[in-house]
Design a protein around this ligand. Structure first.
Ligand code: GLC
Length: 526
C-alpha cells in the first residue's frame, strides 16, 4: 500500500543547478530552493523531487555520486539540506531526494578500493571479471583502468561503474548470485544511505534506473524485485511514512516490488510520449523539423489518437490501482520540454488532462510557464537533455532573476529571447499558462474526485469526438482539435450529471444527454 499522504500530492521536480542561485556563484543551490518554497506552495505543488545534490565530479550532472551522504559544496551543506526539509515541512511540502542505487562515480571511495589488487571489503562491491582481457558476456565493461587484472561492468556512462547486486542467472565463474553475501552487502549499503537521509527529515526517494540492479534478470520479477521488497520491508518497519517512486516504466512490476509510484515515460512504442510530443518518432532527440510528423494528441489538428496512450495506461491502471500509483509528468530533466512543439493553449489542455488523471503527477520546474527547450551545447553529460536544464526564469531582472552573479558564470545560459516567459510576467496575466496551471492544481486539491484514488473510466475516446472520462462523480472533457465536437453520453452517465461546469478552458457544456465542446477546450462537469 502506498503512503497515505500521496492521495492528494502534486510533485515539483527541481534540477538544483538551475532553479535559484542564492549566493551569486551562477549555480542554483539549496538555499535558493528554500527561498522559493512559497512560490511552489502557491503554485499548488506540495512535494518536491530534487535531482541528485550530492558530492560528485558531475560527469553525468550528479548521477555519478562520489559521496552519498554529503551535499555537493556547490549546492551548500548538509545543514542547508536539513533546513530545507524543516522549512518545507512547515509549509506542508514533502521532499524526495534522488537515490542512485545502480552505480557510483568512478571516483567514489568504494570504487577506488575495489579496483585495488589487494583483496579488501570493497573488492566485490562492483562487478569484476576475473581477468583484464576477458569480456563481460554482453554487458558493457571497461578494461585497462584498474590495478587489479580485471574488467568492470558499467551501468550507464563510462564514469558510472555498476554496483554489485549479483546475477539472477549465473553463467560465468566471476558472477555472484543475487543471494550471495557480496550482493547482500551492497543492498545493506544502500539501505544505510536511505536511513541516513530519512532520519534527517527526507520523505523518501525517486529511484534512478530502479530496474537495473540485478544482472541477467530478464523478467525482473524475482531478482531485482527481491532487492526492492527487501528495501520496502526496512521502510515499513523503520520509516512507514516514506515514499518511493521508481524510474522503471513498468508499474505492474515496480508496484509489486514495493514502490508507491512508478513513472511511465519511456515505454517503447509511444504511450505517454504520444500525449505531449511524439518523442519516439523523433528518436528521443531534438533534431529536424519539430512540427513535422508530430502526431501527439494535444497538438491541434495533428490527428493524434489518444488511444495510443490509453491502451497501455488503462491496462496498467486496472492492474495496479490497488497497489499504488502511476506517475505521469509534464517532462523531466532527461526529455525535451513539452513547449518544444505545443503552444501555450495546447499546453494548458495537456496539463489539464495530466492533472485530472488518477495517480500522482509530477511537474518539471519551468513547465508551468512554458519554458523553452534551448539549443545549447552539452553540459555535464547532458547532450540533447541539456536544452531542458537551463535556469528558471523568474523575472525581467539580470539573468531573469535566477542569479545575481555574472552572466558569464551561469551554469547554463538563460533564454535571451525578448519574449522569454517569466513567472513575474505571467503572474500579471490572468490568462497565462502559470495562472491556468495554478487553477488546475487548485481544483484538484479541492475536489477529492480529481485526486489519486477516485475512480477513472473512459466514456468516449473516439477520434472525431471529444475525449470524455469520469473521475468519481465528475466528468472531464477535452477537445484538443481546432473545431467544435460533440458526443452523446450513455444514459447511465447522463443521469448522474447535473451539467454544472466547475472548471473550464475555452467553452464546453453538457445538456440533453450530450457533451458540447468548442475548439481547444477542457472542462470539469458535475
Ligand atoms: C537516469 C537519470 C539520468 C541519468 C541516468 C544515469 O535515467 O534520469 O539523468 O543520466 O539515469 O544515472
Amino acid at each position: 500500500m502506498a503512503a497515505k499522504w500521496l492521495k492528494d500530492t502534486i510533485f515539483y521536480e527541481i534540477y538544483p543547478q538551475s532553479f535559484k542561485d542564492s549566493d551569486g556563484d551562477g549555480i542554483g543551490d539549496i538555499n535558493g530552493i528554500v527561498q522559493k518554497l512559497d512560490y511552489i506552495k502557491e503554485l499548488g505543488c506540495n512535494a518536491l523531487w530534487i535531482n541528485p545534490c550530492y558530492d560528485s565530479p558531475f560527469k553525468d550532472a550528479g548521477y555519478d555520486i562520489r559521496d552519498y551522504k554529503k551535499v555537493a559544496p556547490r549546492y551548500g551543506t548538509n545543514e542547508d539540506l536539513f533546513r530545507l526539509f524543516d522549512e518545507a515541512h512547515k509549509k506542508g511540502i514533502r521532499v524526495l531526494l534522488d537515490l542512485v542505487p545502480g552505480h557510483t562515480s568512478e571516483e567514489h571511495p568504494w570504487f577506488l578500493e575495489s579496483q585495488k589488487v589487494q583483496k579488501n571489503e570493497y573488492s566485490d562491491r562492483f562487478i569484476w571479471t576475473d581477468y583484464c582481457f576477458q569480456g563481460a558476456s554482453g554487458l558493457p565493461y571497461i578494461g585497462g583502468e584498474s590495478e587489479r587484472s580485471a574488467c568492470y561492468i558499467l551501468n550507464f556512462f563510462k564514469c558510472q561503474p555498476a554496483l554489485n547486486y549479483g546475477f539472477y542467472k549465473v553463467t560465468e565463474p566471476w558472477q555472484k548470485s543475487f543471494r550471495d553475501p557480496e550482493a547482500m552487502a551492497t543492498r545493506e549499503a544502500i539501505k544505510d544511505i536511505m536511513r541516513f537521509w530519512l532520519s534527517h527529515g527526507c520523505d523518501g526517494f525517486r529511484v534512478d534506473m530502479a530496474a537495473s540492479l540485478v544482472k541477467n534478470d530478464d523478467d525482473k520479477k524475482t531478482g531485482t524485485s527481491a532487492v526492492w521488497k527487501d528495501v520496502r520491508r526496512m521502510l515499513d518497519l523503520e520509516f512507514p511514512d516514506a515514499a518511493m517512486v521508481s524510474e522503471w516504466s513498468n508499474p505492474p512490476l515496480a508496484l509489486r516490488a514495493g514502490y508507491d509510484m512508478d513513472f511511465c515515460l519511456n515505454e517503447p512504442g509511444g504511450g505517454y510520449s504520444t500525449l505531449m510530443r511524439d518523442y519516439y518518432n523523433h528518436g528521443g532527440s531534438a533534431h529536424g523539423d519539430r512540427n513535422a510528423e508530430d502526431h501527439s494528441y494535444f497538438k491541434k489538428d495533428a490527428g493524434g489518437d489518444i488511444n495510443r496512450f490509453l491502451d497501455q495506461y488503462l491496462t496498467w491502471y486496472e492492474d495496479t490501482r490497488d497497489l499504488g500509483y502511476i506517475s505521469l509528468l509534464t517532462c523531466n530533466h532527461d526529455t525535451i520540454r513539452p513547449s518544444y512543439t505545443l503552444d501555450p493553449r495546447e499546453l494548458k489542455l495537456a496539463y489539464a488532462f495530466l492533472f485530472t488523471l488518477p495517480g500522482v503527477p509530477f511537474l518539471y520546474y519551468g513547465d508551468e510557464i512554458g519554458m523553452r527547450y534551448l539549443d545549447v551545447p552539452t553540459k555535464e553529460g547532458g547532450y540533447f537533455r541539456t536544452g531542458s536544464r537551463t535556469p528558471m526564469q523568474w523575472d525581467g531582472s539580470a539573468n531573469l532573476g535566477f542569479s545575481e552573479g555574472k552572466t558569464s558564470d551561469l551554469y547554463l545560459p538563460v533564454d535571451t529571447s525578448a519574449d522569454a516567459p517569466t513567472v513575474e510576467a505571467q503572474e500579471a496575466d490572468r490568462d497565462s499558462l502559470l495562472n491556468t496551471v495554478r487553477a488546475i492544481l487548485a481544483i484538484r486539491h479541492r475536489e477529492k474526485d480529481l485526486q489519486a484514488d477516485a475512480d477513472f473510466q473512459v466514456i468516449c475516446s473516439e477520434n472525431d469526438k471529444p475525449l470524455v472520462y469520469r473521475r468519481g462523480s465528475l466528468l472531464c472533457v477535452v477537445n484538443p482539435t481546432g473545431g467544435k465536437l460533440e458526443t452523446i453520453l450513455p444514459a447511465d452517465i447522463s443521469e448522474t450529471i447535473h451539467g454544472e461546469v466547475i472548471f473550464k478552458i475555452g467553452e464546453a457544456s453538457a445538456g440533453n444527454g450530450r457533451i458540447y465542446t468548442d475548439a481547444q477546450s477542457f472542462a470539469v462537469i458535475k
